[in-house]
Write a protein that binds this ligand. Structure first.
Ligand code: NAD
Length: 430
């Protein structure tokens, strides 16, 4: 996908589901509107560095297997690189590259001092033992010990990775540099330098963004119907907090399928069903109408929150959305091809790089606390998160209104402008 220089004006329809192409198309639109200088444009559209690592691991069976892993640094302009690591069978370098650039823009939208990175290992964590996962993680970290560091690149959890994996990364890195370095990774267990409120931060951030949208449109929580696709860390927390706050959660879905119930779900009961009783979400006894996980997005609602995977809303189905607000919890849940129709339908989009930035914001708080060696109470974390996200929401929506663009383009323009500003101040070392 990467051209050898100059501008690539458009991308082919075959690329609709290529997240890198979608990210690039959105960058293009914003860069063009900003009238970005050609050199700065070229600098920003390419990653800083990419690496592929081949990870030899002895499986429990005694067999030696080699896993493929990636790490991409997109930008170090505004600070160390920040970005998750995903363990999934379908990880590709294109995807990791796209997500790394999105992290640069996300950190800039919420104005925290990081650039973007992302990593991944091609593996299926559900088919690996704890020991195998630990060995993959440690060897991946060892291979990247010169890339990682509190002032260089600070990984975090993403799909298929969790607090335990972050703990192993922290330990492996610390062994290599011969000192305990908690700030090398975020999303760690609280007992070893993690932050209060980090686990809930992305879901909480989605609610904060929705609250701002509600206030803007003069809507009331108890009359607001919400659909949440994905019931993992992001979706289940958003659904729980919004249910507690008085919203009506009328649609839910996970990988097993979806449910829709106009009357609303008892979310604590559903959380118990999925997480304590380990039952498939669509078998929830107090559930409503069963449908596929994707179909649930197109049921009547005031807010739709896709919080599962990418490419759920495409040019083929976008016109079926029946919502006023689309709050993107997942990364890249709608394709660039769907953007025009979202505009035409007048749907108020809270784009992923703003809506789901709660996670990276509290990751930033975790990094700050680790470096200070002084830890904040949960209410302090939540108040500071609210402050940053509310301000960022106002920045993006204000920018959209002033410049006559949609919220997504505004978020990208604001972010690119912030990175370009610092790039000009720093200059190019050459
Ligand atoms: P998770 O693994 O905890 O949960 C994913 C959920 O999506 C699960 O309920 C799973 O069953 C469901 N799911 C998977 N495939 C699906 C499909 N095809 N259809 C419907 N549902 C499906 O992951 P998460 O941490 O909740 O992340 C969800 C999304 O949010 C990802 O796109 C991730 O990149 C993004 N995100 C996460 C964070 C974070 O802090 N965890 C921050 C920013 C963005």
């Amino acid at each position: 996908m990467i051209a050898q220089g100059g501008r690539v004006a458009s991308f082919s329809p075959h690329d609709e589901l290529n997240v890198y192409a979608s990210a690039e198309a959105r960058f293009e639109v914003a860069a063009k509107k900003l009238g970005l200088d050609d050199g700065v444009y070229r600098f920003m559209r390419y990653p800083d560095k990419e690496i592929t690592v081949y990870i030899p691991v002895t499986l429990d069976s005694g067999q030696l297997e080699v896993f493929i892993g990636y790490r991409v640094h997109h930008s170090l302009v505004r600070g160390p690189c920040k970005g998750g690591i995903r363990f999934a069978p379908d990880v590709t370098l294109d995807e990791v590259r796209a997500l790394a650039s999105e992290m640069t823009w996300k950190c800039a939208v919420v104005n925290i001092p990081f650039g973007g990175a992302k990593g991944g290992v091609i593996c299926d964590p559900t088919k690996l033992s704890r020991g195998e996962l630990e060995r993959i993680t440690r060897r991946y970290t060892a291979e990247l010990s010169e890339w990682f560091g509190p002032e260089r690149d600070v990984p975090a959890p993403d799909l298929g990775t969790n607090e335990q994996i972050m703990a192993w990364i922290m330990d492996t890195y610390s062994m290599h540099v011969r000192r305990t370095t908690t700030a090398v990774v975020t999303g760690k267990p609280i007992q070893m330098g993690g932050s209060q409120g980090r686990r809930e931060a992305t879901g909480r951030g989605l609610m904060i963004a929705c609250e701002k949208a509600l206030a803007k449109f003069g809507l009331k929580r108890d009359l607001t119907r919400v659909i949440v696709q994905g019931f993992g860390n992001v979706g289940s927390v958003a659904a729980t907090l919004m249910h507690q706050a008085g919203y009506r959660i009328v649609g839910v879905a996970d990988i097993h399928g979806g449910l829709y119930n106009e009357k609303g779900f008892d979310i604590p009961k559903l959380v118990n069903w999925v997480y304590q009783q380990h039952q498939p979400l669509p078998d929830f006894p107090d559930g409503g109408e069963r449908m596929t996980a994707q179909e649930v997005l197109f049921q009547p609602a005031d807010i739709v929150i896709p919080a599962a995977i990418e490419n759920q809303i495409t040019r083929d189905n976008v016109e079926r959305l029946q919502t006023r607000i689309l709050c993107e919890g997942a990364n890249g849940p709608s394709t660039a091809y769907a953007d025009e129709e979202l505009d035409r339908k007048g749907i108020f989009v809270i784009p992923d790089i703003l809506a789901n930035a709660g996670g990276v914001t509290v990751s930033y708080f975790e990094w700050v606390q680790d470096r200070q060696g002084f830890f904040w109470r949960e209410n302090v974390v939540n108040d500071r998160l609210k402050d940053i996200l509310e301000r960022s929401f106002d920045d993006v929506v204000g920018y959209a209104e002033t410049h006559g663009v949609n919220n997504r383009t505004a978020a990208y323009m604001l972010a690119i402008d912030r990175v370009a500003f610092v790039l000009k101040l720093r200059g190019i070392y050459a």
